[in-house]
Design a protein around this ligand. Structure first.
Ligand code: AMP
Ligand code: GLY
Length: 426
């Protein structure tokens, strides 16, 4: 069958790579794709922020399944438009994707369905927000309601910081456009886990758990990024905890969305904080994580395509996902300056030498092919990914791969997974 993947990052490279391995798949197309994806899929340029442009490509390609990578096309209703046209699509409708695209919707939804999450208040104006702030202990978390590409969450240690965050969000000074609403939230303490699940709107199948490293600097310092590295191990969540999360968080979310007549199908990505009071939801995403997906597909021992199709066809209960025991890791190499301004067009060397290490895959996030050579084209450039019997081994393989790769300004964190090696997450 022919599958069309939408997106242009490392997540989509990993998805296209895993889909292309399926015996069911004869043709993988990616729009717009990137330099690395072009090795596993035919790439067709299109504007991911323009559903009409994507629909044009989909109509001309006639895929048997569309897999949507990023949140933007979901938030613009691409899935709804494909449903109307009878094109099978993996990814939630615009309304279901509101679990990610509106934090106030997600918080109220969790409250309606008794899903554990931080205490919160929603404010529709600066005045209302300033009135609510005294109800919270410091530190407090201020969040933009809408999509903000990782920039909409501000951790505030003082009331002054909170007041500045509130006025910055409502004025538009912080995110470029004014917010209509914000969420004020209790500050939670604990380990963060990315708990991704597949769902057909009724049944839920967990993917291997992962832990992301969102800050740019080693020791979790500096500004937030899209994710600088991730690892996944068996020991991260024991069976009992996984069952608890499934029964008290994942399944009630899917059941709640179905009961509210906005059934959710696709990937339900649950961002958890493992607090002293138990797991609590920090956020939902309506899509695969990046770079979680790179580490997850590296551990997957079953056919991803079969599982995606089962979700779309409402028969996930028949599908069993199998995982390689052990661990995986993905370490991101970024352009110097990211997440601030950075240069592009830098030639990348050593890719073949890195990919020749057994067990290593290099997933490209921001690369372009120019005259048969790879150059950088984004902030996050690539992710060295490896699965192995232990976390130490998978990290050693990923770092050995990065040792062999070079481009001007290349930066990566050298401490991915190090905290896990010392703690019970191992
Ligand atoms: P979000 O986009 O809501 O996941 O927030 C981005 C990051 O901010 C999370 O990955 C956490 O590291 C942090 N964060 C969000 N909400 C809270 C909270 N209530 N308490 C502590 N940290 C938080
Ligand atoms: N790695 C975090 C995310 O995909 O949202």
């Amino acid at each position: 069958m022919k599958v069309l993947v939408i997106g242009s990052g490392g997540r989509e490279h990993a998805l296209a790579w895993a889909i292309a391995k399926s015996s069911r798949v004869s043709d993988v197309v990616c729009t717009p794709g990137n330099g690395g994806i072009a090795r596993v899929a035919r790439c067709i340029s299109a504007n991911q922020r323009d559903p009409d442009d994507l629909l044009r490509v989909i109509a001309s390609e006639s895929p048997e399944l569309v897999v949507v990578g990023p949140e933007m096309p979901l938030s613009l209703g691409l899935t709804d438009a494909l449903h109307l046209r009878g094109v099978p699509v993996f990814g939630p409708t615009r309304k279901a994707a509101m679990l990610e695209t509106s934090k106030s919707f997600a918080k109220r939804f969790m409250q309606r369905h008794n899903i554990p999450t931080a205490n919160y208040a929603v404010a529709g104006s600066e005045k209302e927000a300033l009135g609510s702030i005294d109800l919270f202990h410091l530190p407090v978390v201020i969040k933009a309601d809408g999509l903000a590409a990782g920039k909409g969450v501000i951790l505030c240690a003082t009331k002054r910081e909170a007041t500045e965050a509130i006025s910055g969000l409502f004025s538009g000074a912080l995110l470029g456009a004014p917010e209509d609403a914000i969420v004020i939230e209790e500050f939670l303490v604990g380990e963060e886990i990315s708990f991704l699940t597949l769902t057909d709107g009724k049944h839920v199948a967990p993917l291997a758990p992962a832990q992301d490293h969102k800050r740019i600097g080693e020791g979790d310092t500096g500004p937030n990024t899209g994710g600088m590295g991730v690892y996944s191990t068996d020991g991260m969540l024991d069976t009992q905890m996984k069952e608890w999360i499934l029964h008290h968080i994942a399944q009630p979310t899917v059941d709640g969305m179905a009961a509210e007549e906005t059934p959710f199908t696709g990937v339900l990505y649950i961002g958890l904080m493992m607090t002293a009071r138990g797991p609590m939801v920090l956020e939902y995403n309506a899509r695969f994580g990046d770079p979680e997906t790179q580490a997850i597909v590296a551990r997957m021992d079953s056919d991803l395509m079969e599982a995606l199709q089962a979700c779309v066809e409402g028969r996930l209960s028949d599908t069993e996902l199998r995982w390689k025991p052990g661990a995986s890791a993905c370490v991101i190499a970024a352009s110097g300056g990211y997440p601030g301004a950075y240069a592009t067009g830098k030639p990348i060397g050593g890719l073949d030498a890195a990919a020749s290490i057994p067990g290593v895959e290099i997933f490209h996030s921001g690369t372009a092919l120019v005259d048969d050579s790879y150059v950088t084209s984004g902030g996050r450039v690539l992710g060295a990914t490896a699965a192995a019997a232990t976390l130490d081994e998978s990290l050693a393989l990923a770092y050995e791969a990065l040792n062999r790769i070079h481009f001007d300004g290349m930066y990566y964190r050298r401490d991915i997974g190090r905290h896990a090696l010392k703690s019970r997450l191992r």
